[in-house]
Write a protein that binds this ligand. Structure first.
Ligand SMILES: *Cc1c(COP(=O)(O)O)cnc(C)c1O
Length: 422
């Protein structure tokens, strides 16, 4: 099946007389015929649902759909993108371990890596994603257990060279984890370029309608964990009287451990109703993404010509720094997210936003409705103008996320706002 078809049909195949739409199994528990079977469930030797902190039939269907979309062996949904990133890494790293990450990643992930993981005894080195392989290799240490990057990151909208990162990670026998939130599996499937684990904030395009936070981890099933670096996967787990994940679950070892061990212990599993809503978003992902990309391209080309715009980042523009990487990794389009800077700094950018009527001011991105954010007066408010520039954010920078309205209406709103600050 092609991606468009999987969006609708993967994960849930009703049998004769069963509901056509994915049912909401609103139940915390499941009923069994024998204590023997329950014993097998707890030994992880029988398949089935134990408790809705670990799995649920509605969530399971959505996990199977997302795994199919990315081309992985399994997926685990979480209640936020942050929880997905945290569990994806905690499944590999312990106190005393180290990881390497691209420095151009989501701001919340920077906090998680540089402050919270440190408290768990995990050290993180940030690298320039555009550095050459020799430079990237230097960041690795004997205790490095993972490499992390983001397909397209705010505000630079830089496209990651996934194959380069995968070569470097694999040369050090560690997996490459990719945050594929902005691309979605419709625009890019990082496993095809060597990534080993994918995470998403489903809060963004996968849900698409700004209804609820969510996240997901997807396992390619291809990484060889038996290299001495990942005892959590290759030595007995005392909490399941000595099970060894790589022996019992083979290519699904990583995603099984994430679920039965970390989700069991940390408990951030979505409800059936949340999964049902996420599934509604997934069903239309392909048609929405085409429109987001088309609008993004039209709006970026308009903004580029505006005398009030000092620069614009959108890899779909032929003269963008990342256009060649966009053509390779995102041939169908590079989402609806654009960042651009208005001449005249903070006040002028704020005035521009305040004059928008259709386009709404939100702390959000990748929504079905066009929205906008001014980092200097919101998420990066505490920083001085000089600190902003060091963070790659100019005082006049605006992040615009094109929705699926008619492009003319978005353009008219932008034109009116430019006229109002002229
Ligand atoms: C929003 C976002 C996250 C965090 O996800 P939440 O669902 O908000 O926890 C992670 N990565 C990227 C690229 C994001 O845009």
């Amino acid at each position: 099946m092609k991606v468009e078809t999987k969006c609708l049909h993967a994960g849930y195949e009703p049998k004769n007389g069963e509901p056509r739409a994915l049912p909401i199994y609103q139940s915390t528990t499941y009923k069994y015929d024998s204590t023997e079977f329950v014993g097998q469930l707890f030994d992880l030797t029988a398949e089935g649902h134990m408790y809705s902190r670990i799995s649920n039939p509605t969530v399971d269907a959505v996990e199977k759909k997302i795994a199919a979309l990315e081309g992985g062996v399994g997926a685990l949904c979480t209640t936020s993108g942050q929880a997905a990133t945290f569990i994806a890494l905690l499944n590999l790293l312990e106190s005393g371990d180290h990881m390497v990450t691209s420095s151009t990643i989501y701001g919340g992930t920077v906090n998680l890596f540089s402050i919270t993981l440190k408290k768990f005894g995990i050290d993180v080195t940030f690298v320039d994603p555009d550095a050459d392989e020799d430079e990237l290799n230097k960041a690795f240490r004997p205790n490095t257990k993972a490499m992390f990057g983001e397909i397209m990151a705010n505000p630079a909208m830089n496209v990651l060279d996934i194959e380069k990162f995968a070569r470097v990670a694999h040369a050090h026998e560690v997996p490459l984890l990719i945050d594929n939130t902005f691309a979605t599996p419709y625009l890019c499937r990082p496993f095809e370029f060597g990534a080993d684990i994918i995470i998403h904030s489903t809060t963004k395009y996968l849900d698409g309608h700004a209804l609820q936070p969510g996240g997901v981890i997807v396992d390619s099933g291809k990484f060889n964990w038996n290299n001495g670096k990942f005892p959590g996967l290759t030595t007995p787990d005392a909490s399941y009287h000595g099970i060894i994940y790589t022996e019992s679950f083979k290519e699904s070892a990583y995603i099984t451990k994430a679920r039965v061990q970390l989700m069991r212990d940390l408990g951030c599993y979505p409800s059936a109703h949340s999964a049902f809503l996420l599934n509604l978003g997934l069903e239309t992902l392909a048609v929405r993404m085409d429109k987001h990309c088309a609008n993004g391209q039209i709006v970026a080309e308009f903004l580029k010509e505006q005398p009030d715009v000092e620069f614009i980042h959108y890899p779909g523009l032929s003269d963008d720094t990342y256009h060649a990487l966009k053509e390779k990794y995102l041939p169908k389009g590079c989402s609806g997210v654009i960042s651009f800077s208005i001449k005249g700094g903070r006040e002028r950018a704020a005035a521009f936003i305040d004059h928008l009527k259709l386009v709404s001011l939100e702390v959000h991105v990748a929504d079905i409705r066009t929205c906008v954010l001014h980092p200097a007066s919101s998420t990066h408010r505490q920083l001085s103008d000089e600190q902003l520039v060091n963070a790659g954010i100019t005082p006049g920078l605006i992040r615009l996320s094109c929705g699926i309205e008619h492009a003319d209406d978005i353009l008219n709103d932008l034109k009116n706002a430019f006229a109002a600050i002229a």
